[in-house]
Structure formats: structure tokens, C-alpha cells
Write a protein that binds this ligand. Sequence first.
Ligand code: ACM
Length: 755
Amino acid sequence: MLLVLAALAQTPQVIPAPQHFEAGDGAFAIGRAVEVTTTPEDDPELARLARLVAQLLGGATDARGRSGGREVKLRIDPAASSHPEGYRLIVTHDSITVSARTGAGIFYGIQTLAQLVPGDRAGAIPSVSIRDTPRFGYRGMHLDVGRHFFPTEFVKKYIDLIAMYKMNTFHWHLTEDQGWRIEIKRYPRLTEVGAYRAETMVARNFDPYVGDGTPHGGFYTQDEIRDIVAYAAERYVTIIPEIEMPGHALAALASYPEYACTDGPFEVGTIWGVYEDIYCPTEETFAFLEHVLDEVMGLFPGTYIHVGGDEAPKTRWEESAVAQAVIRREGLSDEHELQSYFIQRIERYLTAHGRRLIGWDEILEGGLASQATVMSWRGTDGGIEAARMGHDVIMAPNSDVYFDYYQSVDRTAEPLAIGGYTPLDDVYAFEPIPDELSETDAQYILGAQGQLWTEYIKTEEHAEYMVLPRMVALAEVLWSPKATRDWESFLRRLPNQFRKLDSLGYNYRVPDVEMGLVGRTGRSGQAMEDLLTLENRVTVMMEAPVDGQIRYTTDPSLPTMAWPAYRAPVELRVDTGAVTVYARLILDSGKPGALRSTTFRKATLRPSEAIDASAVIPGLEYEYFEGELTSVNQITDIAPTTRGIATNVAFQGVEREEQFGLAFTGFFRAEEDGIYRFTLTSDDGSRFWLANVFRLDNDGLHGTMSRSGSVALARGFHPIHIRYFQAGGGRSLRLSYQVDGGDERTLSQSLFRQP
Ligand code: ACM
């Protein structure tokens, strides 16, 4: 244990954490002259990397003889690493050596060095010996420029970030319903018409629709794209362009309505979501898409071309004589097979040109194209299925790595986001290889990718806020060995990244202050819920997840710098009313974090029902419903298919895959007087009621999500009711509780019903 702690304490201030490192004696002073040499000597790639090192070290010079023997050596050496992206970095008091099999490896060694250089480029780099290789070969970040256009300078700044964290792939989502962003010479209307929309939806005003009246648009010329491709290549980043088909094609159809199944006219989308107008599978459409792909392949030298494939409603194909004729001609059984035919045909075209197709996991439906790589976004199920079929997989699940999701439960303190909840620690805990996969099948998981969809992201500052520091966490997941992943160590290394990001002009989200009660485990860092007590006073403790100063107040109208600095636990009276404490973490740089608040409330015990223990028997009654549900409330409109006795709030084994509901009724037995904190987790929606005093609302269509809340209960029986529904896709249901901040328990021993 002590050895492990000692090793952790020494982990260099580098993210992703290097695979292997050893601290040495002494340090290499920064800011003094140094000679940069390369082996081989006259290699233009190494010369470029040498210039990078020279910039990094400030005082560097390549003029022999003025360096006082201090040297930086960049060496291509096949023995340095068994992995093409691996490297060795050795820092001593008078030399820095980066060796690798390839330029990419040297580049990653330099990225590590860059993180070891003190922020002010003064001082010294402590001696260290590092051996490092990536865990995954595919380490990606995605950017949607369709919903909002981002200029080339920002795209480059985003690529810099990818490279800085040793990621190697930029997935550039270039076409959308709301904008076509890539110049195609043969089809000029794609950008003349398709790159511009009349306006953009204001916030979430779907119904009634409210537009902002402001035209929005932009596109990248082919010259700009070539420049960006070259820029990325110098940073060992491969760009995967995405040209969406057959759905998310409205901007293209607005430009060329002849490729739709109906006459149009179409307008470039202004509303977020999924449009029914998609490409029609005619010969003319395939010719158009092939011509587009010809130009795309001419611009992007990487192997992969992403063709989307997600969210393509089949309504138009069902109604189209042309589409139905293709189904008959090709002997297909339905529109899903038609989509599969569509993608397979495009795959053959790409393969014939030496490229490989990637698509979102919908390309599994109706049959997977033979060599296709699957990007699993609707959770990891699609990725698991594809890997078992022997297809390469990129894990990009919305449950873990959608960086357009909220970073806090307290949405009021965050910029408007699309929904969801993916805090930094969830990203850090993400494991790209699902447990379900055998070792053989796991080899098909090439890596993972973070997504940034930009429906609600209009500015560069906001885009950076959403990806940082979540992509930093993902970078460590993808590069560093699984066995060394350590959240506390990551948090200790984060402030150094914040300093680097400050100096490079990136915005990022400062982690939240955590608040809790002294003597009680469990904290409110993530949960926006009241903390209850039975006492007249509480002692509130706060914790900063990373270095910085906590300031707190009960009067948020005062300016933050007038709030007291937190030094020790704070005692508050709660017997005269609930007290809300507001807190912010202020980094050493002065950058403030988001406002956190927790309300502390004196609770009175809910008296138990006047029921004798001998009058109840174990278990809950449950009812099972079948139907197409989108809310737990709809359960009351349908008659149950079956009823039974449940020993826990969980699946009962009677359920079909999709479109069903469950309701549980009975009593919860509180063993003692206390504060009971319940956590309800489900995919899709659920609700939990305790008498008429307490409710947890986790309703709605969503992936696995938890809600927690506390209630003060007197010892004895309390009536409870739980409803759940499953619409489609993944499913989960779990209810657990803690008493007075103790361990989390399942309810099974505490559930009772009247006989
Ligand atoms: C997606 O989020 N529609 C891939």
C-alpha cells in the first residue's frame, strides 16, 4: 500500500498518465541555450519536430557550440518501443532524449515534455525516465459543424487539443439537416444554398416554434480543407470526414431536391431533431453521392470515410413508389433492408477506391455492410453486437462520452445543453471494452471517441467548456493502462492542465465544490437535493476536488470575492428554517467555477403507518403492462397483462424486450428513525412515491439515469409505489437506499405487503 501511494505521489504532472516512469536525480534547467539534434540528421519530419521542441524550451538554439553541452536529442530508434505510437523520454540534468520508432512517437514524447515544462518556462524539468505506449489505437474526438459552423481557426485549435492529449483522430461531422459545410465543385448549390439557413431555433422552443430571425451559415472551401488536413497531419491527427446518408440530408435536399423521394421544395433545417425527408435510393442519388465522395476522397487521405447512417426515418421510403420498386428489384424484405442495401452499395464504392466505411450503429439494422466499422452511440450494445460479428468498433456511447450532455445535475447553473448528464468522473470511469465481450471479441474495439454535437453550442468558448476537461479524462482512458487509472491521481494532475489550457487560451469547466455534513458520508457534489437532518444545527463541510480556494455564502447576491473563504467546517442553525449554502471553487489563476448550492433542512420524522409487523408479509405486489409508453403515467390507462409478487424493485422475468411497464405497491419498513436517502435508477423512465410526502421523479425517455432524494422516516412501515416503463433500446431498473449516510443497500429485506 505504501509503495502504491509513493508511486502515485510521484506520478508526473502529465495527462494521459505515462505507462511507466521513474524519477531520477536533478533537473534540466529551462530557458538556457540548448542544442537540438536529430537522428537521422537530415530528416525533414524530425527537423520540424526539432523546431517544435525549440519553441517549447524557449531558450533553445540549434547553433552548435552555444549550448554548453546541453542537448535535446530526437531519435528514430526501432528499439525504443514495440508500438508505432510509443516513445521513450529521458530527462537528465543536461539532456533530454526522445526516442521512438516513428515521428508520431517522437511527437507524443514531445507532448509529454510540453506538460513537464513549468508554466512560465522558467525553472526546471525534474529528471525522469518514461516509457509509454497507448492502450488503444483509435483515440478520437468528434465535432459537429453542421448545427453551428465553426471557422477554420477554431477547427485548428480543436485539433491542437486532440494532439496535446495524444489523441489521433478528428471526426469532422460536415453535413447536416441544418447545414452542408464542405465545398463540392461539381455541386455548387450544396454550399450556395445548403450552407445557409434562414434562422436558428431559440433555445428549446420546438412547440410553438420560435426562431431567432438571424441567418446562420458558412462552409469550408476545398483549399481550407486541404490546409486543415495538412495541419492535422503535422500533429499526427487523421481526419475522418462524415458525409451523412441517407438521413440528416435536408441541407443537401434543399440544394438538390431531385435526390428526395418527394418533390420538395425543401429548406435548410432550423429546428433540431430528425427530419423525415431523406435521400431517395435512386440511381441518380447514388451517382450524386459517388461524385460527392470522389471529391471527399480527393481531399481526405485517411482510410476511413464516415457515412452517418443514423436516425433515418423510413416514412418517405414506405410511401415512395421508387423506393418500393428498389425493395422489390433487390429482393429486400423491408425499408431497413433498403437502408442496409444503401449503405452496402456505398461501401462497395468506397472499398473499390481503397477506403473503409464507418457508420453509426443503425447500420447494423437490416444487415451490416461486409467490412464496415461500427461507431456505437446508442450505448454500447451496437458495438458489442458488431464486435461479436467480427467487425471493428469505435465506442462512442451517449451514456458516457457525449460531451454535449450536461456536466452537472444542477442545470440552472450550466449553459443550455441538449440533456443528459455526463459528469467528469463518469467519463473517467468509462471503460471502452464492455465486460460482456470475450477477449477475442474485445480485440475489435479499436478505441473510443468523444462527441460534440452543437445544436445548443454557438460559440467557441462554449464548445471548449463542454469538451474540457471531459476530453482530458477520455484521453487518459484511451491512452493509459487500465490498471493504473486512478481518479484521485487524475484530480491531482488536473490543475497543471488547467494552467496549460489557460496559457493556450482555452476555456474549461472548473470542477464543482462538494458539500456534505460532517459525520455523514455521502456528499452533494453532484446531486441537487436537500440534505436533511433531525438536529437543530448542522456542520457543513466543503471539499475542493482540485487545488483552489472555496468561497461560500448564504447570500448569493453578494459578489463572490466578498464571500468568506472556506477554511474549516461551518456550523449552521437550521431549526429556524432551511438554509441554502452557495459555494464556488476559485482556481489559483482566479478562474471561478460554477455556483453550487445545497439546502440544509431540519426534517420531522414521517410517522409510520399503524400496521403491526404480524399484519404484513414480505414482498411487493407488482403489475406488468404491455404498451407503447413514453411516461410512467400512461400505465394507469392500460390494464395489466399479469400480476405477481416481487421480492425487489427490479425486472421480474415476465417482461418482453421493449414497450412495457411495471408498477410495484406495498410498504417500505424503516428499521430505525433516520434520514433515508433513496436512489432510483432506470432506463427508460421511473417514479417512486413514499406516501404523499416524498417523490423521486426519473420519468421520461432516457438512457440509464439516477435520481436521489432524502426523507426523514420514523421506524415502521411506510406505503410506497414505484412505476417504470421501457420504450426501447437499453433497459435498467434499480432502487437502493442509505440510512444516515451509511452504505448503499438494496430494498429487498425491507419490502412488505398486506396478505
Ligand atoms: C447521433 O447522435 N445521432 C449519432
